[in-house]
Design a protein around this ligand. Sequence first.
Ligand code: PBG
Length: 313
Amino acid sequence: MFKRFRHRRINEKTRIKYRETFLYPSDFIWPVFLVRGKNIIQEIPTMNEVFRYSTDKLVEVLKILVDEGLKSVLLFGVPEKKGVEQSYAQDGIVQSAIPIIKRAFPKLEIVTDVCLCSYTANGHCHIGDNDETCEILAKIALSHSKAGADIVAPSDMMDGRVYFIKKALKINNLSDVKIMSYSAKYASNFYGPFRSAADCAPKIGDRKSYQMDTANVNEAMDEIRADIEEGADQIIIKPALGYLDVISKASNLFAIPIVAYNVSGEYQMIKCAVASKCCNSDIIEETLVSMKRAGADRIISYFTPYILKRLKK
Ligand code: PBG
């Protein structure tokens, strides 16, 4: 006696009948690099078909994507000159863009990356002291929230930053703003392309004294638990592809929305594999499904424009 499974796979119709995991447009959060100015679309040499936009151009692109089902964006500000004060200035790049994007697309969720690495001269995510950095991160989060952000996403990996941000939001009557914390962010080589895009590569040393050791999974659970205790509403695991075990474990342990960050290196690696014809472009959907199958509720991905088009078909 043996069991028969192949009848499930006869054709697409039977395969769909037995499929366990589906992708929806609302699963996706599109990361965007913003620059100051007008009429700007800059190519990013390390990321094929990803651009830096001035706000006016971003609005044009968003018109198409929102029509196609885009529900959420994650904003990164890329300043021309370094300087920590700009990160929380009310007329900063991100702070100025939010009301314009909101006016054009009232239903689009705006998530903002809260970090210092694009603003510090040495490219690090902190200014030396952990708690002093947290005070600044809270100022950044507050400035984004005042500008109209729906969710703030601290990506610095300082201890206690969710606590500091939550407190600042509460004192300022902005508790409706949610915190999506990059709880388990590894010191990964997969961020390479992003660091050129956001001009935030560390000029000295690396980020291993604050981002997590890539060999650890139990520690990731401790980080997530601490962020939930401090008041995080959603948590990010980053990178995604090499860390599906972390996503899976977290989704089994915690009843909080889990977001997988399909990072720049994963994106570019797959772009190159497809461009060189080593792999069929179906590999994109395959890898995104793997993140959801592992337990992610939402996915931050540079493939969002691609997948929205594909899901429409
Ligand atoms: C900033 C930040 C980084 C990413 C998101 N926020 C880079 C880093 O920590 O060096 C990486 C995103 C990506 O690679 O797509 N702290």
